[in-house]
Structures are given as structure tokens and as C-alpha cells.
Design a protein around this ligand. Sequence first.
Ligand SMILES: Cc1ncc(COP(=O)(O)O)c(C=O)c1O
Length: 395
Amino acid sequence: MEEGDSLSPLTSHFSPGYDLESLRRTEFPWTADTIYLNNASVGPLPERTRRVLDEFNRRRAAPFQLPDRELFATLAESRRLAAELIGAIPEEIALTINTGFGLSLAARSLPLQPGDIVLASDKEFPANVYPWMLLKDRGVTLELAPTTAEGWPDEAHLLDRLNDPRVKVLAVSLVQFSNGYTVDLARLSAATRASGTYLVIDAIQGLGQLPVDVTRTPVDILACGAQKWLLSPWGSGFVYVRRELVRELSPSVTGWMAFEGTEDFTRLTEYCDTLRGDARRFELITLPYQDFAGMNASLGLLLSVGIQRIAEHLQALHAPVLAWAARHQVHVVSPGGDRGSGILCVQPPDVGEAFRRLKAARVISSMREGAIRLSPHLYNSIEEMERVVAILGEP
Ligand SMILES: Cc1ncc(COP(=O)(O)O)c(C=O)c1O
């Protein structure tokens, strides 16, 4: 047996700290015949979430069964759970339909002047590029910093650029979509606090698989769609705005409930030009209530398992694939250690053929930037990852 083949101790002693078998059976029953490793594209809905959506839509058919107070309580619960997920308070959370809304909010609301620079890393997902690029209409430049030779954000270079007083915003993904690189948030947070640069985070590839606490690593704005690692319906998501910043920023597009007094439906035409004092000033009501009801169920599940536990589980899941890659000198595109994440990208010599083989065996992954991207989640098992290795075989 080759050294990398000695995985049995991991398998037999492996326990994610929760009842994986029961979770798979009750919340993800399709895992019986499909290996789904594609959370970086779209996360599955747990059964509890699907049931909430079905029930909500059943009542929606006869809308008098869904009183306003229940709709607004649903959104309040979403803000509460999103806040809990990142160590924020609900007043710092605005509900949104995707990540792009929050990033566009940042681009359009931060006080930027002609001549200012927004700094991002090259190879960012486009959702974190185009809203900034559009700012050229205000004379603001988007500077895309070259990545390292490995294709990862060059944090040393990004930090160095903060010395340029024209750099007013640093916009980065918490986790890179194409290689799983996780930025050193503590380092970026400390540096941007020191330089007075706004730090804007696209968190969709990180939240749900990595712990984040904005009280320990402060950021200014953090945007997150919930459709991937948060296992939530399309159309749900949120943006966090640091509390001191909330009142300083005005939304450039607005909704009618962003203003004080609009919860009193008997006096809606007594217009009030005062924006709410909390992050609801950035919300565009009406929102998809059913999707937020679903998000609440999914966040409840993730928080009850614990994000730290999920992060550890994902590292354990990578082990068989990493051992296989080491055995066969297959290029691993993703970093390990603290810069790693639940996303593992590998590049066997005939990557297209390997990808097709996985697909034919009902292993769902994706191809990104010339590599196979494996993105397991809390419901995946070591046995499934060993099966992946068996299918990949001799590259
Ligand atoms: C880093 C990153 N940001 C944003 C998105 C999606 O943006 P949105 O939620 O606006 O569709 C993705 C993936 O689709 C992504 O990988």
C-alpha cells in the first residue's frame, strides 16, 4: 500500500461531531444516490427548508392566510439570524435578493470622489468587479491588482497599495470562487482600519463554511447571497453595514419602507423624508418573503450544527483527495492551511476527461478556470470523497 492509501484510520475514527447519517437521511435524502460537491455553485435546500417553502406557498395561494405581521416577523428573524452568523446586530443587516445588490449598494453609497481608486484583485468573481467598474461615470477608477503566480490575491501587494491616499476602497472576496483562497481577514481588517480605507467583502463563497465575526475582524460592508453555502432559496441574501456607517450612507436606489413611519399602513401618504436609522434604510421592499422564510430554516440548521464544526468537517473531507493528488503529483490549485477553505480545486493532466468521468458516476462538481472544483458541505461523507478518488483513479 502506498503511503497516501493509508486512509482507513481517518475513515474509521472520523466523526464530524454531529450525526451525519441522520442528517443525510432526514435533510438531504438524495445523497443516497448522488455525490453533490457543488456548493460553490448552488447549495441544496435541506428538507426542512423545502417544507417551509411548500407550506408558505400553500398559504400564499390564499394570501389572507399570511397576515402582514407574520411577513414582517419573518424578515425580522432573517435579520436576526444573519446577524448571529457574523457576530453583528440586526440593525446592521439589510435583506437583499443576492450578493450583487449589496456590492452595488457599496459602490453607489460610499462617499467616493473623482480621482479615487477602488482596489480589487484580478480574477475576482465579476459580481465584485462590475459595480466598481461602472463608477467610471463618477471619475472613480477600478484598479485590478495582479494575482500571485499561484493565481491567488496578492495580499502583500494589496496592503502596500493602501499607502496610496487615492485608494479609498479595498473590495475582496472572502473566498475566491475559482480556487478557494481565503483572505486573511484579520490582516486586511487591521490594515484598512489603520489607513482609513473602506473594506468591502463579497462573502458568498465563505459564509456557511467558515466562521466570521465582525466584532473581531471589522469590515465596513459585507455582501452575501444565501443561495450557495447558506443552503437557501434563490432570491435570499443580505448586506451588513457597520453600525457607525449606516447613518452616514444614503441608498442610491430606494424602497418605500426605507423611510420612518412606513410601517403604519393607515398613514402611508403622510410622507416622511427621514431614512430609517438602521440598515433597513438600504432594503428594497417588497422582498420574496417565502425565500426568507426558507433562509431562516437553513440558517437555523447551519447555526445549530455550528460553522466551526462545518469548517473542520470540510478539511477532513479534503484529506482523501489531497492524498490522491500527492500520490500522483496532481496539481492542487487551492491553498491549504489558514488560506484554504471548503473549496478544493485540482488539475489532473486531462482535466476535461476526469471531469466527465466524475459526472458519468453521478458526482456533481464544476470546472472553473481549468480545474475541477470540489465544494463539499456538511452533509458529505469521507466515504463519498474516497469514491471520488476511486473514480479519478490513475490520472
Ligand atoms: C464570489 C462570488 N460573488 C458573487 C456571486 C454571485 O452573485 P449574486 O449573488 O449577485 O448572483 C458568486 C457566484 O455566483 C461568487 O462566486
